[in-house]
Design a protein around this ligand. Structure first.
Ligand SMILES: NC(=O)c1ccc[n+]([C@@H]2O[C@H](COP(=O)([O-])OP(=O)(O)OC[C@H]3O[C@@H](n4cnc5c(N)ncnc54)[C@H](OP(=O)(O)O)[C@@H]3O)[C@@H](O)[C@H]2O)c1
Length: 272
């Protein structure tokens, strides 16, 4: 049975929570810190940030203010596109670590597959992993061809691929490839950036006595994805975590799968 404490085991044995809080667009200097603290108090144990979000300092403060032992909280951050390359990535990582005020991060990701750069970036991340500064490593926004290219020469296979994934963009090819390779799939913009007003989601919300956001988050969980909905509002953060007391039927899972339109709200990784 899934609970808010459920985790998935990554390829190296590290356990990653199944539900987390995304913090893109949470403003530094108060909002991000308050919001993360609220999520931690509600039982969230995974926080997904990035150097590009500009709020790592706040995330670090919230983790310390929570009083929860550091090892019980899973913190992800990412190297941004203009920080890529071997030396730059190492510098960017140490800058992130400094802003977070931590001595290690739980997961470090290549944010986007910047052409001509991502292999060197990943090589630096492998070194950081071997130095014990990151507990797990991976990529974000990698399509199958990016993964194949990276895996042809990397030393440590990526453990996670964080991709845009939701009912309007089901990414079967990438998901199936990651499954075969033992790479955990993590969904970003999982609730379609709040664009939840679809007739099927309204119908299922009514049927299960849940909200459209909860239906969609549960759909991610039942597919086996790690899911990181973002909200700046405490009541929605609580709502998004009340997804462990019901189960979508196989038929309803398939109906939600059928909403796929290959529709991206974010960038196409091939044009980055
Ligand atoms: N790797 C990447 O390239 C990448 C790219 C994008 C995002 N991400 C990560 O993924 C996380 C989530 O993605 P996202 O922030 O783009 O989108 P999202 O989580 O799909 O949606 C967030 C939006 O939905 C609204 N919302 C939250 N809970 C709701 C609810 N229960 N009912 C209705 N609306 C609700 C939020 O508004 P309020 O805040 O006003 O509640 C916000 O506008 C990010 O924060 C970030 O950590 C990664």
């Amino acid at each position: 049975m899934l609970t808010i404490d459920s985790t998935v085991e990554l390829a190296n044995g590290v356990r990653m929570p199944r539900l987390g809080l995304g913090v893109w667009r949470l403003r530094p200097g108060g909002e991000a810190e308050r919001t993360v603290l609220a999520a931690l108090r509600l039982g969230y144990r995974l926080i997904d940030t990035a150097s590009m979000y500009g709020n790592e300092t706040d995330i670090g403060r919230a983790v310390r203010a929570s009083g929860i032992p550091r090892e019980q909280i899973f913190v992800t951050t990412k190297v941004w596109n203009d920080e890529q390359g071997y030396d730059n990535t190492k510098r960017a990582f140490h800058a992130s670590l400094g802003r977070l005020g931590m001595d290690r991060v739980d997961l470090y990701l290549v944010h986007w597959p910047v052409r001509g750069k991502y292999k060197e970036t990943y090589r630096a991340i492998e070194d950081l992993y071997e130095e014990g500064l990151v507990r797990a490593i991976g990529v974000s926004n990698f399509k199958v061809h990016h993964l194949q290219d990276l895996m042809a020469s990397c030393r440590v296979k990526p453990m996670v691929n964080q991709i845009e994934l939701h009912p309007l963009l089901t990414q079967r090819e990438t998901v199936d490839f990651c499954r075969r390779e033992g790479i955990v799939v993590e969904s970003w913009s999982p609730i379609m950036q709040g664009r939840l007003d679809l007739p099927l989601l309204r119908e299922l919300a009514e049927k299960y006595g849940k909200t459209p956001a909860q239906i969609v988050i549960r759909w991610h969980l039942q597919h086996g994805y790690v899911v990181i909905p973002k909200s700046s509002r405490e009541e929605r953060i609580a709502e998004n975590s009340r997804v462990f007391d019901f189960e979508l039927s196989g038929e309803d899972m398939r109906r939600i799968d059928g909403l796929n339109r290959n529709l991206r709200f974010g960038m196409d990784p091939d044009v980055v």
